[in-house]
Design a protein around this ligand. Structure first.
Ligand SMILES: [Zn+2]
Length: 112
């Protein structure tokens, strides 16, 4: 996963898991993966690898969701709404992300 894609996803989701809202201060803590990028509509089910289909997810939620297709379960309407809002929002430049991410990490770390 390209670093900038992860950063953008991390920023778009405010450093929190899309599913359980847990604060995710970093992708890894003590070598353990804590955060991951989940494809809301699984790639295996025809989902696209695009910003409109990428959500920040804690590792347990990502494992639990696995290849569940949200179009079949209707389990996460709030995630779907937020994805639509993110897809419609302006794409931040790499430079902007570089400035904003450390601030966000600091904020989220306090809560985690
Ligand atoms: Zn979670």
């Amino acid at each position: 996963m390209a670093d900038v894609i992860y950063k953008r996803c991390y920023f778009d989701w405010g450093g929190r898991c899309a599913y359980c809202d847990v604060a995710l201060p970093r992708i890894k803590t003590g070598g353990k993966i804590k955060a991951s990028i989940d494809h809301f509509i699984p790639l295996a089910k025809g989902g696209k690898n695009s910003r409109a289909n990428r959500v920040l997810s804690c590792y347990p939620c990502n494992l639990a969701k696995d290849d569940t297709d949200p179009r079949e379960t209707n389990q996460w309407p709030h995630v779907e709404q937020r994805l639509a809002a993110i897809a419609a929002s302006p794409l931040l430049s790499h430079g902007q992300l570089k400035r904003l991410i450390p601030e966000l990490v600091k904020q989220v770390s306090v809560e985690a």
